[in-house]
Design a protein around this ligand. Structure first.
Ligand code: ATP
Length: 255
């Protein structure tokens, strides 16, 4: 990716997002944006607040404070328009595990008001992209973790969104499956804006050229992979360690 973020149209915007559960802040004043065509890794240890922030960005849960925008649409006030542009892979994979992938994709295509011809085209397209042809008539609950993730991905891609928010798309997969999912995402990143969460550093190195990192609900880094590496004496593991020690002491700007 050669264009700097500043010159791109913002497609995913977190503007001072906070989520409180009683006195506990799962996310606190999280602000960042992802420009058109960028693939950004959303990094943080378990429990850092990645899923919570992604759920606010997609409009799946309401923010306690702040605003989420997708392609310029406020996801609380204008969620339908924003959702037309957005594909979301939730952390626990596809909905409706008792359905077959074909039944689920048909259901979502109809719910989105697709014509019969478009429904057929789009189902064929996502079955091809996600390599699902061997399982489309098997109940999703009976599929391997890798196939379940791909079913979730097919649902996220069905309406041809140009923005993708993917919550740990490689979680629980074996190395071959991870390779497949990464290849799919690299291909998708040629035409789409992608935010993907992970707590795996190799994933960041392999996929993204920008990293947004949170710890204990707060943003602790927003910059390129090289800048992150420098935070840890040229070692990503070290950078991750130091940025997750004391969230309140961190400077959230890139070096
Ligand atoms: N509905 C809820 N009620 C209370 N606490 C919650 C709720 N949802 C999330 N949390 C807490 O908020 C914090 C952030 O959770 P979140 O799932 O966003 O983290 P994460 O970075 O996605 O972690 P992981 O990588 O383990 O999925 C955790 O401490 C979690 O227990």
């Amino acid at each position: 990716m050669t264009i700097q973020n500043e010159s791109r149209r913002p497609m995913i915007e977190a503007i001072g997002l906070s989520k409180f559960y009683g006195p506990f802040a799962a996310a606190r004043d999280v602000t960042f944006s992802v420009g058109e065509g960028e693939l950004v890794a959303f990094l943080g240890p378990n429990g850092a607040g990645k899923s919570t922030t992604m759920k606010m960005l997609t409009g799946y849960i309401a923010a306690s404070e702040g605003e989420a925008r997708i392609a310029g649409h406020n996801m609380m006030e204008d969620r339908i328009e924003g959702s037309r542009r957005l594909g979301y892979l939730p952390e626990n994979g596809p909905l409706y595990p008792e359905m077959t992938p074909f039944a689920m994709l048909s259901f979502f295509a109809e719910a989105r008001g697709m014509t019969a011809a478009r429904k057929k085209d789009r189902i064929e397209a996502v079955v091809d992209i996600c390599d699902l042809s061997s399982v489309i008539y098997k109940p999703t609950s009976k599929l391997s973790k890798g196939f379940k993730q791909r079913v979730g991905m097919s649902q996220a891609l069905l309406h041809e969104p140009d923005v993708l928010i993917l919550d740990e798309p490689t979680a629980g997969l074996d190395p071959n499956q991870i390779r497949g999912v990464r290849a799919t995402m690299k291909k998708l990143s040629e035409t789409k804006t992608i935010l993907l969460s992970t707590h795996i550093l190799q994933e960041v190195e392999a996929m993204a050229d920008r990293v947004v990192m949170i710890n204990e609900g707060r943003l602790v880094y927003d910059g390129d992979v090289e800048g992150l590496r420098k935070r840890g004496d040229n070692d990503l593991d070290e950078a991750f360690y130091s940025l997750t020690q004391d969230a309140t002491a961190q400077d959230a700007t890139a070096s």
